[in-house]
Design a protein around this ligand. Sequence first.
Ligand code: OW4
Length: 401
Amino acid sequence: MTSKPPVSDVDAFSDVILADPIPMHHALREAGPVVHLTRHDVFAFARHEQVHAALVDWQSFQSAAGVGMANFRTEKPWRPPSLLLEADPPRHDAPRRVLQKILSPRALRKLREGWLADAVALVDQVLADGGSEVELDAVSALAEAFPLRVFPDAVGLPEEGREHLLPYGDHLFNTFGPQNDLVAKGQPRAAELSAWTDAQCAREVLAAEGFGADIWAAADRGDITPEQAPLIVRSLLSAGVDTTVHGLSAVLHAFATHPDQWERLRGDNALARVAFDEAVRWESPVQTFFRTTTRDIEIAGHVIPDGHKILMFLGAANRDPRRWGADADRFDLARDPSGHVGFGMGLHQCVGQHVARLEAEALLTALTRRVERLEPAGPARRHLNNTLRAWESLPLRLHLS
Ligand code: OW4
């Protein structure tokens, strides 16, 4: 026997919920393993077990119909679908294989020393005209400044127009949600930002060395087609900037509000990567993605019919006490955060995660050299986005060592 799942009429993308989704996450997890969100007509998973299961079962929960609320089976996508994010095997395989190699820990080794030095240079520059205390906005001065300093160069982008990267990403991540005011607000610039991004993906525009050139070299080898190459470069530009910026904001906010954890990191720099992953678990910069059912699926006695949208609350799964224990809400470097779904899981798991971790390690390590303590220096302000958990402003006071 099967029954209808519990329902909720919550608008999961309203300003109030986006500003603080934690109470809704709690309510949805408690309501059951699957909840029908009547306002959006989608089925929500908020527990770690179901989110994880959906992420690894790509046959039953497809990405090719879009990983936003729009169903590509019935609606035309606003941009050509990503060959990575919005594709399933077998179409997904060659692009994934190519990009995975280009962004592998082994391939990143040649960037490591330079990025560590760049982080030291940025931190020295930012702290230069202070005395023993410096006040700054950690979003603009660090979380945005560092990725923008290293990542576009690593891709091989021209200098001109780089200011489009963050607004493009912000709008793109809004479009995975419903057509609400956040999407409307981005609409006037969407065509211009999208055209700029697409133009950067051409071989002639990209530097002779870098991730972009590596992707085109894969086309020369025949590992992907020349038609696929620009779309794979586009994935780097779409997924590689805002995500890391908000991940770095998250870890800096976490340390500013958990001084004991900063002490711990200063005592052992090898914890920088764990700290970043724990911050990704704790904050989940990418809060949500959708899947689409490819058949009737039974979950805990409830049937979700074929062709329906599943909303996976990665942020709720990452704080599910059933998986993380009673202190799931605590930012704690003593925890093993592996198994978090902040980078997804399974064959779509973030292909850029090693790039993000290297950026975080470089920035955190550079900061531990100079900063004894950091604390909030004013009210932190959220930036609302349909998909991203983001800070607009994080005023911090840094006490230098
Ligand atoms: C998180 C992601 C996000 C946005 C765009 C893309 C990928 C893409 N991953 O492949 O275009």
